[in-house]
Write a protein that binds this ligand. Structure first.
Ligand SMILES: *[C@@H]1O[C@H](CO)[C@@H](O)[C@H](O)[C@H]1NC(C)=O
Ligand SMILES: *[C@@H]1O[C@H](CO)[C@@H](O)[C@H](O)[C@H]1NC(C)=O
Ligand SMILES: *[C@@H]1O[C@H](CO)[C@@H](O)[C@H](O)[C@H]1NC(C)=O
Ligand SMILES: *[C@@H]1O[C@H](CO)[C@@H](O)[C@H](O)[C@H]1NC(C)=O
Ligand SMILES: *[C@@H]1O[C@H](CO)[C@@H](O)[C@H](O)[C@H]1NC(C)=O
Ligand SMILES: *[C@@H]1O[C@H](CO)[C@@H](O)[C@H](O)[C@H]1NC(C)=O
Length: 523
């Protein structure tokens, strides 16, 4: 035993040394691999890797012995890296991508097989994005539903943090792979992300061409960990910040996940991103989330556009999940309504002027009291992904006339004599249930404002009348669903009639005062 151990100890370094001298100096970036999906037209996909300074690198894309295109570049002396931008390709495949390094008479070749062209989406966030297909409702069936989706390929980035921006990933939990039930449910909160997978699957049903899904998420992490120093600075947050890890336990040091898990991907040409995060900011910089989130979107857009040599669109589509519900035992409120609101830059809907080309899946009606992973981890990820994919179809793919938002309020009218507040929506409304508490009015007198319930009274196709009789002062504001758990599963009061999309939560301040009820600023 001892002798064998010694022998192995001697042989291993030797093998490594031989491999290195025979061309390990020449390699693809960590995520250029068999079975990958590269971004299709109108973008050109980016291929890069490492080599010997000064060497010539020829990248060839081929199909059935035929060369489709050839690109030549040189290995840069300062970084020992090379990069080519391919010509825009129609969706399809499979292709073989070959890279050949020539220096003097030495000639090394690398190949990856089964490469498809399609749309690449990056999925990021905390544990609700990390939750795997094995953890959701109908898991067994969802995990085995892969036969029709072999052109939807998945990759999962390892959990790594770094003090400096990394040029390449430090590791992959799952290299580019075809979906199998094992890859979809490797273990709780491991890989593959259920929201990411289902989002891709729904999109594939419509698009019918290859999709690449890149998951890079870590549970229990605040947005500051995913933000570059530039975007934190834009919100007046110092780069040194650190909060003690909460019970969910992800890293919380500023920028460390941006550095290790996002920055290395910026060279990849992408179609868009989806994001499910915010729970960890209900107790950290909550009031700044209306800055940190729009700033992260803007910063990632800049970084990915530049990193991909302009191939990823400057304002690429960015979708996000508005926080769901959970059973909180704090009486003082726990920030969920505030984060939901801040996720929309305090406008209540997406896209909006502060967040162009974004889309949102409302999830507050998908609470799951009995989730074995805690009610903070609801198991219905199908509906989340379905709502998100509607947003993608409308915003990212330009599908006209597709309803992707729940009803949004347009105007309020205080009918003083009747004791009613009429709320008119932009879209038709379906009142699924009467609720006497979910609408609240801020009732003000003597410079004191109190939130009082405004029971739902009557409705028409567009307008909802709320009973505001109990308020004997001035109406300052109106809010909807401003609690951590606004309703039971799919039982919120207001939905769009045909799409079953819930009306999102909002707070609105009265600006047009009715005669006899003046108040300059009720806030
Ligand atoms: C590299 O080697 C391969 C196989 O030996 C050969 O076909 C190819 O022409 C060589 N390329 C160059 C640039 O020398
Ligand atoms: C963000 O929200 C906080 C707290 O509600 C508010 O004071 C601030 O004005 C908002 N900032 C922006 C940029 O919307
Ligand atoms: C909430 O409940 C959990 C589990 O029962 C308990 O550990 C925690 O201390 C409670 N928090 C508060 C603020 O009551
Ligand atoms: C689970 O499957 C049942 C039976 O097909 C279906 O009614 C239900 O909607 C599914 N649940 C989810 C969350 O998709
Ligand atoms: C609606 O408001 C009217 C007038 O205030 C009142 O008489 C009626 O009882 C209310 N109906 C409901 C269902 O609350
Ligand atoms: C207010 O809503 C009630 C109930 O839907 C409706 O009867 C009434 O006509 C509305 N009033 C106005 C001014 O819209």
């Amino acid at each position: 035993m001892v002798a064998l151990g010694l022998a192995l100890g001697l042989v291993m370094p030797l093998i490594l040394w031989v491999r290195r001298s025979a061309g390990v100096d020449f390699s693809f970036a960590s995520y250029i691999d068999n079975s990958m999906v590269l971004q299709k037209e109108p973008a050109g996909a980016v291929i890069w890797g490492y080599g010997i300074a000064g060497a010539t690198v020829t990248v060839t894309v081929g199909q059935a012995q035929e060369t489709v295109m050839k690109k030549v570049t040189r290995v840069k002396a300062d970084s020992n890296t090379w990069m080519v931008v391919l010509d825009p390709m129609k969706p399809g495949g499979p292709f073989e991508v070959m890279a050949e390094q020539t220096i003097g008479r030495m000639n090394f070749t690398l190949r990856v097989h089964d490469v498809l062209f399609g749309d690449v989406w990056l999925c990021s966030g905390q544990s609700n994005m990390e939750m795997t297909v094995s953890q959701i409702f109908n898991a067994t069936r969802e995990m085995s539903d892969t036969a029709a989706y072999q052109s939807v390929r998945i990759l999962s980035v390892s959990l790594v943090q770094a003090e400096q921006e990394l040029e390449d990933l430090a590791g992959l939990d799952l290299p580019w792979s075809k979906p199998t039930s094992e890859n979809l449910g490797h273990g709780n909160f491991q890989y593959t992300s259920a929201v990411c997978w289902l989002f891709g699957r729904y999109l594939y049903d419509t698009l019918q061409y290859p999709l690449g899904l890149v998951s890079s998420s870590w549970g229990g992490t605040p947005i500051e960990a995913w933000s570059s120093q530039r975007s934190l600075k834009a919100c007046g947050i110092s780069k040194q910040g650190f909060i003690p890890p909460d019970s969910l336990g992800g890293p919380s040091k500023h920028s460390v996940l941006w550095n290790a898990m996002i920055h290395p991907l910026r060279t990849m040409a992408l179609k868009g991103m989806i994001w499910y995060q915010g729970e960890s900011n209900t107790n950290y910089n909550m009031d700044l989330y209306n800055c940190t989130f729009p700033a992260l979107i803007e910063d990632w857009r800049q970084a990915f556009h530049h990193g991909s040599q302009g191939q990823t669109e400057r304002f690429f589509p960015f979708g996000f999940v508005q926080l769901s519900s959970y059973l909180s035992n704090t009486t003082s409120g726990d920030g969920f309504p505030q984060i939901r609101w801040h996720q929309t830059a305090d406008l209540g809907f997406a896209p909006n002027v502060r967040m162009p080309n974004t889309f949102m899946a409302v999830a507050m009606d998908l609470g799951d009291r009995n989730s074995p992973f805690g009610s903070i981890h609801p198991r219905d990820k199908q509906t989340v992904a379905y709502r998100l994919h509607l947003g993608a179809r409308a915003v990212a793919y330009g599908e006209k006339h597709l309803t992707f938002q729940g009803p949004l309020p347009e105007k309020m009218e205080h009918l003083v004599d009747k004791g009613l507040l009429n709320l008119t929506y932009y879209q038709k409304i379906h009142v699924q249930r009467q609720d006497n508490k979910i609408f609240e009015i801020s009732c003000c007198s003597d410079h004191q404002c109190t939130w009082l319930p405004a029971p739902m009274n009557a409705s028409t196709t567009w307008t909802l009348a709320l009973d505001v009789c109990p308020c004997h002062g001035t109406l300052g504001a109106l809010r909807y669903a401003w609690t951590t758990w606004p309703c039971e599963y799919k039982q919120c009061p207001l939905y769009h009639p045909s799409s079953t999309l819930p009306a999102p939560p909002f707070v609105a301040f009265m600006t047009h005062q009715t005669p006899g009820h003046h108040s300059k600023d009720a806030r």
